[in-house]
Ligand binder design. Sequence first.
Ligand SMILES: [Zn+2]
Length: 160
Amino acid sequence: MTDQRGRLQIQPADGQLVLSGAIDETSALLELLGRAQNRRLVLDLAGVTFINSLGVRDWIRMQGEATRAGVAIELRRVSEPIIHQLNMIIATRGTARVTSFFAPYACDACGREESLLVDAVANAAGLAQLVPPQMPCPECGAPMAFNDFPERYFSFLAPS
Ligand SMILES: [Zn+2]
């Protein structure tokens, strides 16, 4: 039962909604709150490639309404474009909890660059100290280096 809203696809799976494509003013994000179960809404954002300024506006409305309605939003596998928004515009964070997210890594040994999934719960202590978790290169196995500034990229995790 895929729900197509403009350039955004919404696919229910295992108690969560898997979002993919681009978020804009046609995405009707506020309506997603109606799909919360037991006041809990889990969004998988791995496939979200882009969000425009009107999408950001609706995203902030969704967060505000969730907080007012007592709906806990969990964001899983958050893609890099969404992390950049969470970092730039504090209001986009709302009261949602990010449990995992993608982060840029690069391998000094073989030159591979990759967006890797970081478990924000298992690595919470290190991330609070702005220490990126160690990741092996999928190509050559060497330890990869975090490819952004931790104090910038992890700022969305700071308590607001
Ligand atoms: Zn490598």
